[in-house]
Design a protein around this ligand. Structure first.
Ligand code: SF4
Ligand code: SF4
Length: 357
């Protein structure tokens, strides 16, 4: 969706894309008539908060090409176990809440570059055997303000944090003599969610994004691919998919009805859930934020407190506990999320963000 959306800045490429995918021309024309994301004219535009996201995305855009990438020395540990330990310590020190390592496979890579005019349509070479997945957590209380302006400020902030960590980790690996590439917002050559699942960090659920083992879908991801062979991490979180089958809370709450009820449909040859990207993104453009109502309403989106750790351990154990946990979530948090009718005022937001006034 973002690649298609970006093409409207490049009419020649847009025309070529619509010749290849004529079914996308009409929805794209409808999208073009809506305000750009987070701009004046959208429902939750706020002249103070909305440009915070613009600033974050602009910095992300300008962080590429990064300085790191090619091996520049042999200053790191040669032992893969020790190198992996250094990577994890570095990533966590910079703010990652979780780090995993997976072996890359062909299905983890995009086939062609599509987001930017430069190199558009060129095939992507799956050239690195190892992927380090970096997880940052979004602020639970801000995401519960969905779909108002602060959610976009928060998600863009965490895209910047995830990118910062990925760039530093890539530089660290380059110093140790390995090729490394940071995959950050707008510059992914790999799909983060399946890599995170294969690294044992969580499971892809009904919303089609990663549900992290501690923070649920309330996270942002970046990846560093590298030629370094590092020990892999593992974890089986299929119980989350079982939970999705009985839950469906995101589907009940989605304001644009972009999330399917029922079991995962078969598409592209395998059973998996994914949201209707066109209707979801059209809602974002009308709203002026990245909505996040599905993330806010998900029972796995909770602070990482002792009580929620206990409930997650129970959910993991058996189907009966999953039903009881869902019942409890509906009772305590409500089946339907109360949507914010308007943006919070700056004093409320400052207090949420713990900013002294
Ligand atoms: S972001 Fe909003 S519109 Fe999109 S799928 Fe989630 S709830 Fe629905
Ligand atoms: S709200 Fe329920 S169905 Fe949707 S992703 Fe979360 S656990 Fe799965």
């Amino acid at each position: 969706m973002f690649s298609r959306n970006n093409l409207c800045r490049h009419p020649g490429l847009h025309r070529r894309y619509h010749e290849m995918r004529p079914e996308t021309r009409e929805p794209d024309e409808r999208l073009d008539a809506l305000p750009r994301l987070g701009q004046p004219g959208s429902r939750f535009f706020d002249p103070v908060v909305s440009p915070m996201a613009d600033a974050a995305f602009s910095i992300l855009e300008r962080s590429y090409p990064p300085l790191a990438g090619r091996p520049v020395g042999e200053r790191g540990p040669g032992d893969p176990e020790v190198l992996a330990r250094g990577v994890e310590m570095l990533a966590r020190r910079y703010g990652a809440v979780d780090v995993g390592v997976a072996r890359t496979a062909p299905h983890h890579w995009y086939s062609h570059a599509g987001r930017h005019a430069e190199g558009w349509g060129e095939p992507i070479e799956p050239d690195h055997p190892t992927a380090i997945v970096l997880v940052v957590a979004m602020d639970f209380h801000t995401i519960r303000m969905a779909p108002s302006a602060p959610v976009l400020a928060e998600s863009s902030r965490q895209y910047v944090e995830a990118a910062k960590i990925a760039h530093v980790v890539a530089e660290y690996l380059a110093l140790a003599g390995h090729e490394a590439r940071a995959h950050v917002d707008g510059r992914y050559q790999v799909l983060c969610a399946p890599l995170a699942q294969d690294a044992g960090l969580g499971h892809v659920g009904r919303i089609g994004i990663l549900m992290h083992r501690r923070y649920g879908p309330c996270v942002r991801l970046s990846v560093v691919t590298t030629t370094a062979e590092l020990p892999l991490t593992t974890g089986d979180h299929r119980y989350m998919e079982d939970f999705c089958r009985i839950c469906g809370k995101c589907a009940d709450n989605c304001p644009s009805r972009s999330i399917a009820h029922g079991g995962p449909p078969v598409s592209r040859g395998f059973a998996h859930w994914s949201v209707d990207q066109e209707s979801c993104y059209a809602f974002w453009r009308r709203t002026g934020t990245d909505c996040s109502v599905c993330i806010a309403s998900c029972p796995f989106t909770k602070p990482d407190s002792a009580i929620h750790r206990l409930i997650r351990a129970a959910i993991r154990r058996n189907p009966l506990n999953r039903r009881l946990a869902l019942l409890g979530d509906d009772l305590f948090y409500g089946r339907k999320l109360r949507l914010r009718p308007e943006n919070p005022d700056l004093d409320e937001l400052a207090s949420r963000w713990k900013i002294p006034v």
